[in-house]
Design a protein around this ligand. Structure first.
Ligand code: ATP
Length: 350
């Protein structure tokens, strides 16, 4: 475990009977990091989080928390509070009583409880609601109570399981900013489970992408976006283009070789081809922003495609094209570049 890490999953497997929910998960979480675990329903992200919280025990492998192996250690003996989608607030207690709850459980005296609760009510801007019941609060206010309740013990790490998924779109974006700023101000490690790419990519320092119990890729949002490691990640992101090709020519000391794919070919460097033999099937993934576009008569090699639509994305546009073999391509370019290319639906580009 590296010195900067607060959590280490060491080859962790979780089985429920014969079913493997989490398969050989191996990664570290840095101290003070905002890490998102993302993937579609059933991929094992909640189970991974629950093992860190001590709500499930790994079937194999080890989990380390702040240098200590915590397999088998009960959840109430770990300092890993969790904020749930349902929030699990106590409906018959006031806001203040909810926030004070875990301090009371730990035997903290009345005066200190009040003082610490005051601090967190204020930080979360809910002081004015302290005497209200949970049922008298809006969705966003409840979120703030749940955060105050989890943070009042000043843990080193906070676990969040889809905390925003019940909110409407507008509030969700506002709460993302609240969470993101809070995490930076406090310097606490956040581990955030979500199926939403926009949530994960807008808040997290690093993202873990899971599918069928396995980690597909770990990296910063920019790294993952620019260089999805495999077909699954590329398809999940939805903004990358996938080409299946066959290598032409035998490996040599040359700069690279041609790879032929349906509807065109391209030159790939020898270092990327990694000495693979002639005739080998290869897949290459190119993010929308790394694709080049040229007029069809420019003499550039590549694949001929027709523009079928464009979508405005702030300072850029996403251009949708279709190749002659029916493959859909996505290319992200600045408006200036597209004007120069005279790109419009029906344009033929390579
Ligand atoms: P979701 O986004 O739907 O919550 P998830 O990625 O968080 O999905 P998990 O809750 O971790 O997925 O579940 C992973 C797999 O393990 C699922 O197929 C689920 O049905 C199964 N699973 C989870 N808990 C149990 C359990 N207690 N007993 C049996 N199977 C379980």
């Amino acid at each position: 475990m590296t010195a900067q890490a607060i959590v280490k999953f060491d080859n962790v497997i979780k089985k429920f009977g014969e079913f493997t929910a989490v398969e050989k998960v191996d990664f570290e979480i840095g101290r003070g990091e905002f890490l998102a675990i993302m993937g579609s329903s059933g991929c094992g992200k909640t189970t991974t989080l629950r093992m860190l919280a001590g709500l499930e025990d790994p079937t194999h492998g080890n989990i380390y928390l702040d240098g200590e192996r915590v397999n088998g250690k009960a959840t109430w003996n770990r300092d890993t509070p969790m904020v749930w989608q349902s929030l699990a607030l106590f409906p018959f207690l006031t806001v203040r009583e909810n926030v004070e709850f875990s301090l009371k459980m730990r035997g903290v005296g009345r005066a200190e409880r009040a003082e610490r609760a005051d601090k967190w009510l204020e930080k979360m801007q809910i002081t004015e609601f302290a005497k209200r019941n949970i049922s008298q609060l809006s969705g966003g206010q409840r979120q703030r109570v749940a955060l105050a309740r989890a943070l009042v013990t000043e843990p080193k790490i906070l676990l969040l399981d889809e905390p925003l998924s019940a909110l409407d779109a507008h509030l969700k974006v506002r709460m993302q900013a609240v969470l993101s700023n809070l995490q930076k101000d406090l310097g606490i490690t956040f581990v955030y489970v979500t199926h939403s790419m926009s949530e994960a990519f807008s808040m997290a320092d690093r993202v873990v992408i899971m599918s069928r119990g396995r980690i597909e890729q770990i990296g910063t949002p920019v790294e993952i976006y620019r260089e999805p490691h495999n077909r699954f990640v590329a398809e999940f992101l939805g903004s990358a283009n996938i080409f299946d090709g066959v290598i032409e020519g035998a490996a040599s000391d040359g700069a690279g070789r041609r790879v032929n794919f349906e509807g065109g070919s391209t030159f790939i460097s020898e270092s990327e081809l990694n000495g693979r033999p002639q005739g080998d099937a290869v897949t290459f993934i190119v993010s929308a922003e790394n694709m080049h576009l040229s007029p069809a008569d420019s003499g550039q090699e590549g694949v001929l495609a027709t523009v079928v639509g464009e979508e405005f994305v702030g300072a850029t546009a996403m251009v949708f094209l279709e190749t002659e073999t029916g493959q859909e391509l996505k290319v992200q370019k600045s408006h200036d570049e597209l004007t120069k290319l005279d790109s419009h639906p029906g344009s033929k580009l390579v």
